[in-house]
Design a binder for this molecule. Structure first.
Ligand code: ADP
Length: 503
């Protein structure tokens, strides 16, 4: 029979399940290393390790004006980017919504919409004021050059062509898998007589890497922690053995898009809970994007929703809200991960909750919990009388363990790239020496982008703590993690520039 502490037992078991200790992080990182090698040597592996045909990174001296189109997450963005050649740029952009109908309908309808959005941008929005805008085709070429940032797994065969391997992040448009996405876009422009030419295809991670390199002077890894998660890094061409006799394999460096969202689809090393299994089963891509489903913005809210529901439904007595839920909580994907951020902010006194609390420590704690009550009533649409202060405290701990797990697991991806490229060794907690490591004693640049890493409270701090446990404090302290703002636009512009130079 259950005794008086049933509630504590339920919560303790829950927190245990979501806690990833250092040993678990090690196991994940080791598995990462083997899947990286696997993906570099063969095609068709879970982690696709896609050669991007972008060789080398910019240094900030690049110039030019380019059009960029960004599809890959919550919004569609069209922008015009001017690289000023002094590590800075100017940009004007317009966002367009991508409806569920477009995400899941016929692919030509989706690409017609992309083409129309570019057309609308060129006709409707005034140019940013600099002389070199691309709003009209140059006289010597009837076409405006555009780079497409397309943040889905694409097997590239050149800078300006690549076929879609699979959809992710809730997209499932029909008749797209196996098609060349540049051709799909170009056909849409041509059908509509829009004088734009797609000259380069870029993944958002590559964009983050290039733009961070442009604005900071050096970068070895670009990583996204937004709707989904993925990373791209600078690899030695000789290590991309699956390129075989391909003429581009003739030495030097090339950026590789890892597609690490699909890391460990077998889940042999991932700390899977029943909540993760439920989310996966009910997703549109069960057994794919395993790593991403533990980490990214699209899924964190949904895991939290399932955990909260299980606590509402707990037997013999409800643990949360007197057993009452809300229509929003009962709906799949009803809880946005931004709400988790907000709850953590309310607790930490960040963002709009930054006014200092008054009074004794107990009074301060109560004040914070009252803020969380407010967030729960507003965002979860629960009835205020159902939300006790203890409920607020439990939900905040649930958010905290989920956010911590996401950030710590994100650290394994960064650690794996550092170890794989010879910049770190997995640390055995003994004495550390960086002798013989690549970039020994130097700063190591990492560009990041995405709402999670930008806005989720303490995400970066926790990611760094995980990284420190994995590669040791000496290497970790040399890693500069910086936002790659507007990475998809600026990175695309840099790719368009590379494409122009190659022609
Ligand atoms: P994308 O990756 O699509 O380019 P974002 O980086 O803005 O775009 O990520 C959007 C995702 O991040 C959505 O899944 C959303 O739920 C989540 N999100 C948005 N704001 C926040 C926030 N403040 N904290 C945590 N997650 C957020």
């Amino acid at each position: 029979a259950l005794h008086g502490s049933a509630k504590e037992d339920i919560l303790e078991s829950l927190y245990d399940q979501f806690t990833v200790d250092d040993q678990c992080l090690f196991k994940i990182t080791q598995t990462f290393l083997s899947e990286i090698s696997d993906g570099l040597s063969s095609y068709g592996r879970p982690m696709a390790m896609i050669p991007t045909f972008v060789k080398g990174v910019p240094d900030g001296s690049e110039t030019g004006t380019f059009l960029a189109l960004d599809l890959g997450g919550t919004n569609l963005r069209v922008c015009e980017v001017t690289l000023l050649g002094d590590k800075t740029f100017s940009l004007r952009q317009q966002k367009y919504k991508v409806s569920e109908a477009l995400k899941t309908g016929e692919v030509t309808t989706l690409f017609d919409y992309l083409a129309d959005s570019v057309d609308a941008f060129l006709t409707d929005t005034p140019s940013g004021g600099h002389d070199s805008h691309v709003s009209h085709a140059e006289e010597d070429s009837p076409y405006v050059p555009l780079a497409l940032t397309f943040s889905f797994p694409v097997e590239q065969s050149a800078l300006d062509s690549g076929v879609l391997l699979t959809w992710t992040k809730g997209f499932s448009a029909k008749n797209a898998i196996g098609k060349d996405v540049v051709k799909l876009l170009q056909d849409a422009f041509d059908r509509k007589h829009i004088h734009v030419k797609c000259v380069a295809l870029v993944n958002d991670t590559v964009g983050a890497l290039l733009s961070r390199a442009y604005t900071s002077g050096g970068c070895i890894l670009g990583a996204i922690f937004g709707t989904g998660t993925n990373g791209a890094y600078v690899e030695e061409v000789s290590k991309i053995t699956k390129l075989g006799q391909n003429p581009v394999a003739a030495g030097g460096e090339m950026i590789v898009n890892t597609e690490w969202g699909a890391f460990n689809n077998s889940r042999s090393a991932l700390p899977t809970t029943p909540y993760d299994n439920k989310l996966d089963r009910e997703s549109i891509n069960p057994r794919f994007q395993a790593f991403e489903k533990f980490i990214s913005g699209m899924y964190l809210g949904e895991i939290a929703r399932n955990v909260i529901l299980s606590l509402i439904d707990a037997a013999p007595k409800p643990v949360l809200f007197g057993g009452r839920s809300s229509a929003l909580l009962n709906k799949q994907w009803g809880l946005d991960s931004a709400v988790l951020s907000e709850i953590e902010e309310a607790w930490e006194g960040l963002g709009r909750f930054s006014a200092p609390e008054q009074g004794s420590p107990e009074a301060q704690k109560e004040e914070k919990l009252r803020r969380i009550q407010g967030v729960l009533a507003q965002r979860l649409e629960l009835s205020p009388p159902d939300i006790s202060l203890e409920d607020a405290d439990i939900v905040r701990k649930v958010c905290n363990v989920l956010g911590t797990r996401a950030a710590r697991m994100s650290g394994t991806a960064v650690a794996a790239i550092l170890v794989h490229t010879g910049r770190a060794r997995l640390w055995d907690h003994g004495e550390q020496s960086s002798a013989g490591l690549k970039d020994e004693g130097k700063r190591i640049g990492v560009g990041v982008d995405g709402s999670l890493v930008e806005f989720y409270p303490n995400f970066q701090t926790k990611l760094r703590a995980s990284l420190r446990a994995l590669v040791g404090p000496e290497v970790e302290s040399r890693v500069d993690i910086g936002m790659a703002k507007d990475g998809s636009g600026v990175g695309a512009a840099l790719c368009a520039l590379v494409a122009q130079r190659q022609n």
